[in-house]
Structures are given as C-alpha cells and as structure tokens.
Design a protein around this ligand. Sequence first.
Ligand code: 1HE
Length: 267
Amino acid sequence: MPRTKIDIANLPSVVTAERDGEIGFLRLSRPEKRNALNDTLVLGIEAYFAGLPNDIRAVVLTGDGDHFSAGLDLSELTVRNTVESVHHSRNWHRVFDQFEFGKVPVIAVLHGAVVGGGLELASACHVRVAERSAYYALPEGVRGIYVGGGGSVRIPRLIGASRMMDMMLTGRTYGAEDGLSMGLSHYLVENGAGLEKAVELAKRCAANTPMTNYAVMHALPRIADIDRPGGYMMEALMAAISSGSEEAQARLKDFLEKRAPKALHKG
Ligand code: 1HE
C-alpha cells in the first residue's frame, strides 16, 4: 500500500505526517537547518502524536536530508531569558514524555548528526535503528549550555552517566558502530537501509497485543526506576492483566494447538 498523508490539526510544515496501513510516519522536515529543533518543530511533534489516528499501531520517526537532527535551534536560545529557558526545557520534557509514555511504540531511524537535542529526541524513542552515517555528540558543553530535553534522565540510562559526562565535558563524538555497542542504537544497517528495517520492526511491534505494548512502554521503564518489592508487585499486576485478555488467551491457544510460530533463533 502506498504511503498517504495523514490529516492532523495544527501540523506545521516542518513536520510531515504519513501512514501506510497501521504504520504512521513522522518526518522532521527542516533539512535546510539540519532538522534543528525550534519551537515550531517540537510543537509539531506534539501535534502529531496528539492527533494520531487510533488505528495506527506503531510510528517510524525519520529526519529529512543528510542528518537526523542538529539538536536545539541555537538561534532561539539567544532571545530567551532564564525563566523562559526553564519553561522551554519543561516543554520539551512534556512533548517527549507524551510519546515515550504514549499509545504506540516509536522506532527512530538515525543518520548523519544525532546531536544534542537530536540525541535527546532519539533517546525518547522505543527502538533506534542507526545507519552507518549516524554519529552522536553532546556539543552542549562546547556551546556553554546544558542538555534540556530530558537528556540527563534518559541518556545515562542508555550509556551510563560516566560516558555522558565524557561526551559533554570533552566534546567526544561516537560513530554508528560504537553507538550500537554502547546502546545508543539497537540496530545498525547500511546507509539508506534504515527505513526498511524500521518498517519491518514497526510491523512486528504492531502485531503485538496493545496490552503487551502498553506494559512494555509504561510499566517496564517505571519498574526499572523503583525499588524491588514495588517492581515485583507492578510486574505481577501487569503479567496478570496482559495474560487475562481475550487476545492473549487466543494467542496462547494458538501456540498450544501448534498454529503459532516458535521462538526460534534464525541467526
Ligand atoms: C542550525 C543548527 C542548530 C545547523 N541551530 N541552526 N547543536 C549543535 O551544536 C550542532 C550545530 N550544527 C552543526 O554542527 C552542523 O550544522 C552539522 C554538523 C549538524 C551539519 O553541518 P553542515 O555543514 O551540513 O550544515 P551547516 O552549514 O552547519 O548548517 C546549515 C544551516 O543550518 C545553517 O544555517 P544557514 O542559514 O547558514 O544556512 C546553520 O546555521 C543551521 N543550523 N544546526 C540553529 N543546532 C533542549 S537543550 C538541547 C541543547 C542542544 O541541542 S545543544 C546542541 C546544538
């Protein structure tokens, strides 16, 4: 099925919304500024997820042009005072949380610069596919600023606070292969192959029961943040709720009656 535009209210032109069946596509469409995240673009991301049709089961996020995103639009920083900067950062927190703890898994395709706020955006996605051209940096240190899009919360959970400290203090960059082994991406593919891989993964996510996806997206990261007894309790509740659904019961029956695929490793 060809991709079609999705009609979403208040979507600015720097964001492109499309769909192909139950997969939604969100494209950062500001390539002339290397997809630098200005207020319009961040609010466009918010509008996209707020207006996503209910029958979309997974989203693929990409950046137009040669780079995923050059991070915060630095031209906006020079016109904000301190309190406006706090509100600006809190705004990013709200928008990124909205989809990280949203309804559907988001698979990001990373290429070229994935830097500063671009890396913060990528780290809020559930699965990251990197093309070989992708590289990662946190140039905030060099620019005399600090991460503000949830980077200090999310990135240490991927690579550890110590590595993030080095990136920010020394301006160190990592290429796509290192990014894969460090946990910045989950998959590494050749240049130009990211979208196809992301769609394949999105289709697999979309085939899960909505309850399982909800548990993985909402309960798993929260369990990782809390104490063991609380974690065990939340896990037990999620396990009971998800296995009790009609859809889960039907899938279990399919396996027991030999109609479902086995969990084999294909290498
Ligand atoms: C920008 C931005 C931007 C490009 N804000 N305008 N992020 C950074 O420190 C990275 C800054 N960007 C770069 O280092 C380079 O642009 C790239 C390596 C990503 C790409 O280089 P290149 O040679 O392909 O493009 P360019 O010529 O540098 O940029 C093209 C245009 O985009 C140019 O504008 P023009 O009007 O002169 O054509 C650039 O000024 C513009 N541009 N990146 C504004 N970031 C919530 S807190 C998060 C804090 C951060 O993200 S800090 C990290 C910011």
